[in-house]
Every structure is written in C-alpha cells, then in structure tokens.
Design a protein around this ligand. Structure first.
Ligand SMILES: C[S@@+](CC[C@H](N)C(=O)[O-])C[C@H]1O[C@@H](n2cnc3c(N)ncnc32)[C@H](O)[C@@H]1O
Length: 294
C-alpha cells in the first residue's frame, strides 16, 4: 500500500496485478526479448535456473556482482530484472570494458583481474557485501577456485554464488580434467560432504577434507564455520548457497506429527519431543550407537 501525495487521509493500493508486465518479468524473457543494446552471452539452460534462484528477490534492494562482463549486456538485463537493486557491479580484465557506459547509475564497471587484491578491494568499496555473485570470468580451474576463495566471504548470509560455464573444468586447456582431484570441480564436490559435516562418524576434520587445496594457505572461515548451506551441480553451472547463519547443525529438529502409527508404533514415543541434530543409526548396530554416544 502506498499513500498518494495530498491524499494523506486515505491510502490507495498501488500493488501491481500479478499479470502486470513488470510483475511478469523474468530473466528468461528479458534475455529472449533483448533485440538491442549491449550484447549478452549466456547458455539458455541457465535462464530458468536464474529465475528460480533470483526470482524470489526480484523486487528487493539487492547488490549483485558479475565477474566477466565482456560486452556488458548481462548487466543491462540484471538492471531490468532487479528494478530495486542497489548496486550492480561488473568486473572484467579486458581494458576495452572501460568504454562500457550505462545510463543506469546503479551499474559500475571495474576493469582488472578479479583475482587481484586491489581489484577485490575496489569491488568491495562499491558494496561491502553482495546478495548474488556470478563468476563468468576466465573459466579456468585455477581462477574459479581463486575467485571463490576471494569472493565467497563477500556474499551476504542467505546469498548465492554461481559459477557459469563449468564444462571447461573437463577441458585440459582450462586446467580441467575429469579424473583430477585438484580441479575446481573436485574442490566443489567436497561441499557435498561439508554440508553433511554434523553426520560424520570418523575423526576426520574439515581441514583434512580440504587439505589438498589449502597446503600453503589457511582454510577459509566460510568453509570451517558452516557458511556453505548447499551446493548444486548442473550442466555447466555450480551454485553455492550461503547459510543465513554460520552453523554445521543444518538438519534441524525432528518433527513427528500425527497420532496413527500402524506400521512403526515405537515412533510415537518421540512425538512432540523436539530432538535436535541427526539421529543415531537404527537397528542392531550397537557398536555404532556406542560410538555415536561417544
Ligand atoms: C564469457 S565472457 C563474459 C560474458 C558476460 N558475462 C555475458 O553474460 O555476456 C568472459 C569475460 O571474462 C573476462 N575475464 C577473464 N578473466 C578475467 C579475470 N581474471 N577477471 C575479470 N574478468 C575476466 C574476459 O575478459 C571476458 O570478457
């Protein structure tokens, strides 16, 4: 509801109807309808994924960073989609990107290597934290890894980090290799174990898990403290969601509802009780249960 000037005694509902073109806007339609302006270059399978990821926040005052903007068209589309965005920042190593001009004052372009600390500092000066970060830069395994280590800490709690074009991580020219344990894909595959850390039954540590990637540097706090909420692998896209709070206790409380338990009655004894965290294994695995209880 919004009050119209001069009508302070009553307010008029100016919310847009669901079918209004501004409400109907989607990242997919904006891309498909873009006939003029700066060129954008995305695989069309990404577009519904972006709508699913970013759609719920399309009216919010978000900050977005895209590493690798080339002709700059994707920034135009983000600005049309996120009508209330605060800052839309693009970074590109190509000096010709300095010539990209936008009438939308929310858009900034930083020219330089995203993985240099000075460039990172300039990006952070524009917005201290970002809701969405997209890595569409060099697509080499080393750069993808470096950028994640440098920029995931800049993602706001609850935000999303997307790596595009990860098919290159299977191509030797980009440092990719299906079987190598050292590619950026291998690094991100470890996140499947990381997000399940609370269920580990052995004495391995998160430092052990990521050891081969942080031989000469310390493990980022984002990984050790439980900031990774989820990881999603798609064809050519890797999506990492940042947790709202730093915790490894992600499974939550066991919720048993209902009163009829004709198959497994014993479950009712836990009904209404709030159990936190994972459960010990069921059945006659006494040794494991003992280990669980420590
Ligand atoms: C695939 S294009 C980006 C396309 C753009 N995001 C779009 O959707 O239209 C990749 C861009 O990444 C830039 N790039 C490569 N390495 C980079 C780096 N280390 N830092 C910043 N930009 C980089 C290249 O100059 C190139 O313009």
């Amino acid at each position: 509801m919004q009050e119209l000037a001069g009508c302070s005694h009553r307010s008029i509902d100016v919310r847009l109807a669901p079918q209004h073109p501004l409400n109907m806007r989607s990242i997919e339609t904006l891309h498909r309808q873009k006939k003029t302006g700066k060129v954008s270059d995305k695989w069309d399978s990404y577009l519904p994924v972006y709508d699913r990821l970013f759609g719920p926040r399309k009216d919010d005052a978000i900050d977005l960073l895209e590493i690798g903007i080339q002709n700059g068209g994707s920034l135009e589309i983000w600005s049309q989609f996120f009508v209330n965005a605060r800052r839309l920042v693009g970074c590109d190593i190509n000096p010709r990107c300095a010539g990209l001009k936008y009438s939308d004052k929310r858009i900034s372009v930083v020219v330089g290597n995203a993985n240099e600390s000075g460039i990172r500092a300039r990006i952070q000066h524009i917005a201290a934290k970002y809701d969405f970060i997209i890595d569409d830069g060099s697509h080499t395994s080393e750069d993808i890894f470096q950028s994640f280590v440098l920029y995931f800490s800049m993602v706001r709690p609850g935000g999303i980090y997307v790596v595009e074009d990860t098919h290159t991580l299977y191509w030797p020219k980009y440092g990719g290799d299906l079987h190598s344990p050292r590619t950026a894909t291998s690094f991100f595959k470890l996140f499947a174990d990381l997000v399940n850390y609370e269920h580990w039954k052995e004495s391995s540590t998160i430092e052990d898990l990521f050891g081969r990637f942080f031989k000469t540097s310390s493990l980022p706090e984002e990984l050790s403290a439980g900031w990774v909420d989820s990881i999603e692998f798609r064809n050519s896209m890797i999506i990492i969601r940042k947790a709202r709070t730093a915790t490894h206790a992600k499974v939550g409380k066991r919720l048993i509802t209902g009163t009829e338990a004709m198959v497994e009655e014993s479950i009712l004894k836990d009904s209404g009780r709030s159990t936190t965290g994972a459960r010990p294994p069921k059945g006659p695995l006494k040794r494991l249960r003992k280990l669980w209880k420590g």
